[in-house]
Design a protein around this ligand. Structure first.
Ligand SMILES: Nc1ncnc2c1ncn2[C@@H]1O[C@H](COP(=O)(O)OP(=O)(O)OP(=O)(O)O)[C@@H](O)[C@H]1O
Ligand SMILES: C[C@H](N)[C@H](N)CCCCCC(=O)O
Ligand SMILES: [Mg+2]
Length: 209
């Protein structure tokens, strides 16, 4: 299975969830656009926490900022055509920030997602405000006809949030991941994927988890 992991915001847990998916579903990891290289890139974080193959980024920028601006600071611009998916059957692709993050020349992360033609998992928090952010994200993805197998709630359990996203967002909450007191290889390993997540991922085209 090949899947794109987006989120409702930056710092919402996309890298943690991506690493966890790689660990439990035997996937490689690919971060096409990395803005901010220190203290470590997302690929380095994934490599440190789970033993999976990470593919080189298509774009790496020093500034921890929106990619369109980080690129401009280095006199560069992003071309979607330069971003090619690694040809492997099991792959987790992580975005940068949320779906409308600017990539330059009027393009956003949503254009990249559409170009890559992958189904999308949305990582969301359970903090107050998440319902609005999550429903807006789902609406943006749906407006482009992008398939969304579901949402992963990260960093705190809330059945109310999960139920409301399902009721108003027309999609499934496939997993709730708790706030981990310690984020290590073994705490990630001990978090078991739900039956709903396993089923959703095994149904993806190219399927089999
Ligand atoms: N469930 C969790 N329990 C404890 N800490 C978490 C959890 N999820 C994320 N974090 C921590 O929150 C921080 C932000 O998470 P992460 O780097 O995964 O965000 P991101 O969405 O990938 O951000 P970016 O847009 O920069 O790629 C990290 O320090 C991460 O370890
Ligand atoms: C620097 C950060 N950690 C990510 N790499 C990029 C996040 C871009 C967010 C842009 C925005 O929505 O304002
Ligand atoms: Mg990340």
């Amino acid at each position: 299975m090949r899947v794109f992991v987006t989120g409702t915001d930056t710092d919402i847990g996309k890298t943690l969830v991506s690493a966890w998916l790689c660990r439990h579903f035997g996937c490689d990891y690919f971060k096409p656009v990395q803005a901010g290289l220190l203290p470590r890139t997302d690929s380095e974080w994934v490599k440190t926490h789970v033993n999976c193959h990470t593919h080189p980024e298509s774009y790496r920028f020093r500034e921890p900022a929106s990619p369109h601006y980080a690129a401009r600071l280095e006199g560069q611009s992003l071309s979607l055509a330069q971003i090619r998916l690694p040809a492997v059957p099991r792959l987790v692709v992580e975005g940068a920030g949320g779906v409308l993050v600017p990539l330059g020349e009027g393009r956003t992360m949503l254009d990249l997602i559409r170009a890559l033609a992958l189904p999308v998992l949305v990582v969301a928090s359970t903090r107050l405000g998440t319902l609005n952010h999550t429903l807006l994200t789902l609406q943006a993805l749906r407006s482009q006809g992008i398939p969304v197998p579901g949402v992963i709630l990260n960093g705190g359990l809330s059945d109310m949030t999960a139920q409301t996203i399902e009721d108003y967002g027309g999609t499934s909450v496939l997993q709730q991941l708790p706030l981990l007191p310690e984020v290590t290889a073994s705490t990630l390993e001990r978090l078991e994927p739900s039956a709903a997540l396993r089923a959703a991922l095994s149904n993806l085209s190219g399927g089999g988890v």
